[in-house]
Design a protein around this ligand. Structure first.
Ligand code: F6P
Length: 347
């Protein structure tokens, strides 16, 4: 059998570990030929590059960030005759099945292609952790650890200067990174896309902290968080207004805007730090390497069992397969009760 694998959407630590696991089990146990499809869906759409991946290619990559297969945000459904072109490439390379590794966008395409009769299995990745149907995506743990370390470092300088520090982390639709790194980093407030920001409440909490003699504050804000209506600005803060092929704008800057507003309203000195792609780069944590490896092994097993249209998923401590179509119905946002745990430490 010939199996094609691709990585799509934003990269994240652990992609190479997944590829390695698929290739190891696919070649050693099932005697499959594994083909790397380069640059995500673009590789299938444009008829390549597609090339065999060997055991030698993947031996040294478990600890590497990025993806040896490269990635793109190509949406084949936005291209003329996209499905036809993809089917042609699959035929040309005699691919019997595709393993697509990606977030909501890449896996959304995979779900649609499965409906079109293409044999596909999905693996959920994204630092944002917002794919439904699984307890966790790989890449998330690494991002949380990077953000937590940054918060620890920024705290000492914030405290030394009696400043209010706004730390912006990634999280387009969901505040998972903000919530986890904020709790781990002892944040005094965590602002997430799920709950519009009430500026007056933020300001009053900071003022109360100062009145108690706690003259510095650490506020963690997800890039997708928005100001509550009536605050003057209610939309996303955008780096670039242009949308990608999945309709996403480029976010970034809410920490800067908030720092300005808070400084203006309180007179306290404010600073901001936007962590950006640092959260997505570099070596994966041990947890992400293990999760990626388990996902990769389960995905090739699903292919071997002929269970297509599935996404591998973590449920508790077990890896299982869930219907892709089901997982793509909604984005997994943060849980209210979980947020309440963080709120105990606010203000
Ligand atoms: O992959 C998810 C993500 O990291 C989002 O949190 C962020 O908004 C986006 O990707 C950034 O994408 P790009 O790398 O294309 O700028």
């Amino acid at each position: 059998m010939n199996i094609g694998i691709l990585t799509g959407g934003g990269d994240c630590p652990g992609l190479n570990a997944v590829i390695r696991a698929i290739v190891y089990k696919g070649i050693r146990q099932y005697k499959y030929n594994i083909y790397g499809i380069f640059e995500g869906w673009r590789g299938l759409l444009e008829g390549g590059p597609i090339a065999p991946v060997t055991l030698e290619d993947v031996i040294p990559i478990i600890n590497l960030g990025g993806t040896i297969l490269k990635t793109s945000r190509t949406n084949p459904f936005k291209h003329k005759k996209g499905i036809e072109r993809i089917k042609k490439t699959i035929e040309k390379y005699r691919l019997d099945a595709i393993i697509a590794i990606g977030g909501e966008d890449t896996l959304g395409v995979a779900a649609k292609l499965h409906k079109e009769g293409i044999k596909v299995v999905g693996i959920p990745k994204t630092i944002d952790n917002d794919v439904d149907g699984t307890d966790q995506t790989f890449g998330f743990d690494t991002a949380v650890n990077i953000a937590t370390e940054a918060i620890d470092r920024l705290r000492s300088t914030a405290e030394a200067h009696n400043r209010v520090f706004l730390v912006e982390v990634m999280g387009r639709h969901a505040g998972w990174i903000a919530l986890h790194s904020g709790i781990a980093g002892g944040a005094h407030m965590i602002l997430v896309p799920e709950y519009p920001i009430d500026v007056d409440q933020v300001v009053s909490r900071i003022v109360k902290r100062h009145a108690r003699g706690e003259e510095y504050s650490m506020i963690i804000v997800a890039e997708g968080a928005r100001l509550k209506k009536g605050s003057g600005k209610s939309d996303y803060i955008l780096l670039e207004p242009e949308k990608d092929e999945f309709g996403h704008v480029r976010l970034g800057g809410i920490a800067y805007i908030l720092a300005k507003i808070i400084e203006e309203k309180t007179g306290y000195e404010c600073r901001n730090a936007i962590l950006g792609h640092i959260q997505r780069g570099g070596t994966p944590t041990a947890f992400d390497r293990v999760l990626s490896t388990r996902y990769g092994i389960h995905a090739i097993d699903l292919v071997h069992q002929g269970k297509f249209g599935k996404m591998v998923a973590l449920k508790g401590t077990k890896i299982t397969g869930v219907p892709l179509i089901q997982a793509m119905k909604r984005i997994k946002t943060i849980d209210k009760n979980f947020y309440k745990v963080a709120e105990v430490f606010f203000g």
